[in-house]
Write a protein of this length. Structure first.
Length: 213
């Protein structure tokens, strides 16, 4: 069985619903916004600060760090002390680092499902996590499906299409900035599923079945 399932998703693809259902089917914890609370407690940054800055683009201080810059602190997990780096790291990098530390610590506790936040890349590059225990999934959907979902969730119908595209662009920029990978590119994931074609239940069932093998 795969111990760790990471689920990246396009906005409006119902990736959150799928991730929650996967955790229920496998009876393992699910982490999304909880990562913000844990990261805030561990780093000393406020939850509000983390939420506001978690997808803001910077010069990529953490990008060079993950590729082996001199900022890294010795240790198998690659964990950094947020307090010692706070004077030199841009704000968004501090946020990314706090969430990265949190994701690794949560994974050490046992099997779980992570939603977004570059968790696929973070765990793939954590020496304490076996690649054999990791299943990286990406959920996508056609634009009409995503816009319909966004409107159902309260987005203004007049601006929904533009907002959906903007949010996806922001997610892609964030992911691409903090990794050397391309958000949504097929060869960076183990499984890519179209929720607009499969539906939430079927997509979740496929992920659960693959993870159980």
């Amino acid at each position: 069985m795969k111990k760790y399932i990471t689920i990246g998703r396009e906005f409006g693809s119902k990736g959150k619903e799928i991730a929650k259902l996967v955790s229920e089917k496998l009876n393992i914890p699910y982490y999304d916004s909880e990562i913000i609370d844990f990261a805030a407690k561990d780093s000393g940054l406020s939850a509000e600060f983390i939420k506001e800055n978690e997808q803001k683009i910077t010069s990529g201080w953490l990008y060079t760090l993950l590729l082996g810059s001199g900022y890294s602190v010795p240790g198998s997990s690659g964990r950094l002390n947020i307090n010692t780096q706070s004077q030199t790291a841009p704000l968004a990098d501090q946020v990314f680092n706090a969430q990265r530390n949190t994701i690794i610590e949560l994974a050490k506790k046992g099997p779980c499902v992570f939603l977004g936040r570059c968790s696929d890349y973070i765990l793939r590059h954590c020496e304490e996590i076996s690649r054999e225990d990791l299943l990286n999934v990406f959920i996508y959907a056609d634009l009409n499906f995503k816009v319909k979902t966004a409107i159902e969730e309260g987005m203004d119908p007049q601006t929904a299409e533009r907002e959906v595209k903007l949010i996806d662009k922001r997610r892609a920029n964030h992911y691409n900035t903090f990794t050397e990978r391309t958000w949504g590119k097929r060869d960076h994931y183990d499984l890519l599923l179209s929720s607009s074609s499969l539906g939430v239940e079927t997509a979740a069932q496929i992920i659960a079945e693959v993870a159980s093998k």
